[in-house]
Design a protein around this ligand. Structure first.
Ligand code: DAH
Length: 281
């Protein structure tokens, strides 16, 4: 009650001041003379989220709904998190697959968000169910589908009795939430050092209804990323018992999903940050 009384006093004081000011201004404004209300208005531009961030938000929303938490890791990483702990030791041929930006020996700009799998598993015991969206870097020459900076979203689920079927189910459920019930998902056998078995997966091209267009390079499918069952070597690197736990992991190309969502034919548009482009989203 004491605070209420003081607030009321304050309110009265302010109201009196405003009224006094209004009184003193009376007669000093000549609306007709000073304001031309036929002038066109000035448009004010409202900022909005970058299309990539809008896609990240959507991805996060969908996976949150399936019980995944968000995990993060640094862009500047060590060899250990980017390669060694992911079963990719020095001289492993998979290191040649990604052209890495090195800051100095042993320190690099992460080439994928798979680093966050390792950091998360080191920090907590199973069950683990996370996704991790973020920037990645590779010294690729920019073209319509390559950018030296790009976004991925990693996923990881570790518990007892997690199966390959669970992984397929989650990716298919995600695709349908993102692109509607008609999207098809295709899994192809592949190799990644940190998963066994591994797949690459594609979404049917929603731009042309799989008939073939410029964006899907006339084959009706768009490659999204890779996935698989976490390799026992990775579990060993983080101190999990591979006899007790199994898990799946997947990557996700956020740029590709954004291009598919908004019918963008060139990844470079996402990084030029020309407001004439950004304003459309
Ligand atoms: N890190 C891989 C890449 O950058 C994508 C990937 C493949 C992530 C398989 C995964 C996975 O988690 O299980 O191309």
């Amino acid at each position: 009650p004491a605070a209420g009384a003081r607030l009321n006093q304050l309110k009265k004081k302010l109201t009196d001041l405003i009224e006094a000011k209004a009184e003193s201004l009376k007669g000093r404004i000549e609306p007709e003379a000073s304001f031309d209300y036929t002038l066109p208005g000035r448009r004010s531009f409202v900022g909005r989220r970058h299309p990539l961030m809008q896609t990240v938000e959507r991805i996060v929303h969908i996976f949150r709904g399936m019980g995944f938490a968000i995990a993060t890791g640094p862009d500047i990483e060590t060899d250990f998190y980017n390669f060694d702990a992911l079963n990719t030791p020095e001289n492993h041929p998979a290191r040649d697959l990604s052209d890495t930006f090195y800051v100095e020996k042993g320190i690099l700009l992460r080439t994928h968000t798979s680093t966050v799998q390792v950091r998360t598993m080191q920090a907590q015991k199973p069950p683990v169910r996370i996704i991790s969206p973020g920037r990645c870097y590779r010294s690729d020459t920019p073209d319509a589908s390559h950018s030296p900076v790009f976004f991925q979203c990693e996923g990881l689920y570790v518990d007892r009795n997690v199966t390959f079927g669970d992984m397929k189910g989650v990716i298919i459920a995600f695709a349908k939430e993102m692109f509607g019930p008609d999207v098809k998902v295709r899994f192809r056998p592949h190799f990644f050092p940190f998963t066994e078995p591994s797949v690459e997966y594609d979404f049917s091209c929603m731009l042309c209804g799989s008939k073939g267009c410029r964006v899907c390079k006339y084959n009706g499918w768009l490659e999204i990323s890779g996935a698989g069952m976490v390799d026992p070597e990775v579990f060993m690197a983080v101190g999990y018992d591979p006899e007790e736990y199994t898990g799946y992991a997947f990557g996700m190309g956020v740029d590709r999903i954004t291009m598919l969502r908004y019918r963008i034919g060139d990844i470079r548009l996402l990084y030029d940050n020309d407001v004439r482009f950004l304003r459309q989203f």
